[in-house]
Ligand binder design. Structure first.
Ligand SMILES: Cc1ncc(COP(=O)(O)O)c(C=O)c1O
Length: 478
């Protein structure tokens, strides 16, 4: 066999969330042998109750039938345009109608006119992260990304793939990343010879932070980013998984400063993750080599055309179907007529019902079981997203609780509890500054269980009760 040598290739560490999901079947078996029920407070997946595709497939079929009708096709042997397109090569930008529809509906929701020519289809938000990182990594110069401490594991994993890219992280308080620390980190990175293209964050329903940035903090961050001349990369999977009253919701960065933001939309959390539909949107212009000014969307498009060639047109058309609703008025031949939705909120509401209930169960059980022990524990109030961060304050005289791998394994073995430690979400530089970062914290999710309806509610309650019992016993409270 040939001896293949790749001397500069480094194997990247596997993230703790990936490790956890890989080891879950084994742990599940052990828990079952011990007569324990498995309680899911770990996985960040959309709930199966809201990702049953059958209703969607029917809706999509009816929408496609409507398109056929609109083309005036009565002869079933003639191939309709949407179907031809769904299985063909398309331009990298993909079907115009899908982008136009999304631009209309999303633009209305966030109060701006989106240019569909600047909507670059991506393979979910993950594809958007990859696309923008690749764009800035190609020149080969040392590149530093600014992000939160802690930050999304998928982002750190992507950055680790590029050996000349690194992270300068910024600590957060209850309102978001600290603007002056951000400024200092941008400057420190530049002093060390790095090019700093953007600050990556998840301002709504932060994963793993378990909270949303305040409006005031967003404005302060925008100011620093503007003064320092960097972009904001806004990852927005939970923009619509929002539990705050409409008047209390902060504005996404792209609605405040589209010329300074690269916004990543994904259909994964309000629709389905499987079709991998996402869009990158930005109105930013970049000064590139020889002082030339180009639209960032143009650069992203060229990047995408060599990386992806084009996104699945069938998946984009399916997403377009989701952005239409049945009209009250029937078409001429009784075929159903569809109209563009006025907003994505009602669509999101169908999934929000489940998350809102689960979240309330979690917060109610915490308050009931741990409310009188706030000297020992704290937890974040998620205004959006899937997660809360649970902190052991370690103020008692007992041995401090360390949320390391051994503790996580014990939670499964002794209590059937699947939880995720926070330490792995802290970028390397944050852990160097504070070796204890995240070592007393867990990320608990309230999005996933294996049951539906009343059983889901019961399972959620049981899971949180089991967690509270375990937490109390860890700090020595009877
Ligand atoms: C912050 C964040 N970004 C990106 C993703 C991945 O999203 P997608 O399925 O669109 O790639 C997730 C999924 O959990 C996430 O939480």
């Amino acid at each position: 066999m040939a001896n293949l040598v790749a001397p500069n290739v480094q194997q990247q560490a596997v993230s703790v969330t990936r490790k956890m999901s890989a080891s879950l079947p084994g742990l599940r078996e052990i828990a079952a042998q011990r007569g324990l029920k498995v309680h899911h407070l770990g996985a960040g997946y959309p709930h199966p109750e809201v990702t049953d595709p059958r209703g969607f497939l029917e809706h999509q079929e009816a929408y496609f039938e409507f398109l056929r009708d609109r083309e005036g096709l009565n002869d079933p042997s003639v191939l309709p345009e949407y179907l031809r397109e769904a299985y063909s090569y398309t331009d990298t930008l993909g079907p115009v109608s899908s982008r136009q529809t999304f631009a209309n509906v999303y633009g209305k929701d966030w109060g701006l006119t989106l240019n569909p020519e600047k909507l670059i289809p991506t393979v979910g938000a993950s594809g958007g992260i990859n696309l923008i990182c690749s764009m800035f990594e190609h020149p080969g110069e040392k590149v530093a990304y600014i992000t939160d401490a802690p930050t999304y594991a998928g982002f750190t994993a992507r950055v680790a793939l590029c050996q000349h890219a690194t992270i300068f992280s910024v600590e957060m308080d209850g309102e978001g990343a600290l603007p002056e620390v951000m400024r200092a980190q941008i400057r420190a990175a530049r002093e060390q010879g790095y090019f700093v293209p953007f600050y990556y964050t998840v301002p709504d329903g932060h994963n793993p932070g378990g909270f949303s940035f305040s409006q005031r903090r967003r404005e302060a961050i925008l100011e620093v980013a503007g003064e320092e001349g960097i972009l904001i990369l806004e990852d927005a999977p939970y923009l619509y998984i929002n539990f705050a009253a409409p008047a209390d919701r902060a504005k996404p960065f792209f609605s405040m400063a589209p010329e300074q933001t690269v916004h990543l939309f994904t259909g994964s959390k309000i629709g389905f993750p499987g079709p991998r539909v996402g869009f990158l949107y930005s109105e930013a212009e970049l000064e590139i080599s020889e002082g030339k000014k180009v639209a960032l969307s143009e650069l992203a498009l060229v990047e995408s055309s060599s990386e992806l060639l084009f996104h699945s047109p069938g998946a984009l058309r399916g997403f377009e179907a989701l952005l239409h609703e049945k009209s009250e008025n029937q078409g001429q031949d009784a075929a159903e007529t569809f109209i563009e939705r006025q907003s994505i909120w009602p669509l999101a509401e169908e999934t929000l019902v489940v998350y809102r209930e689960n979240r309330q169960i979690l917060l109610d059980v915490f308050e009931r079981e741990l409310g009188m022990h706030k000297a020992h524990f704290s937890w974040t109030m998620p205004e959006g997203g899937f997660f809360t961060v649970f902190t052991f304050l370690n103020t008692s005289t007992t041995e401090p609780v360390r949320t390391d791998d051994a503790m996580i394994e014990k939670m499964v073995m002794d209590h059937g509890l699947v939880v995720i430690p926070m330490y792995d979400f802290y970028p390397k530089d944050a852990r160097e500054r504070d070796p204890g970062a995240g070592m007393n914290q867990l990320r608990l999710s309230f999005c996933f269980s294996e049951s539906a309806g009343q059983q889901r509610r019961d399972d959620m309650r049981e899971a949180v009760e089991a967690f509270c019992d375990a937490a109390k016993s860890l700090v020595g409270i009877a």
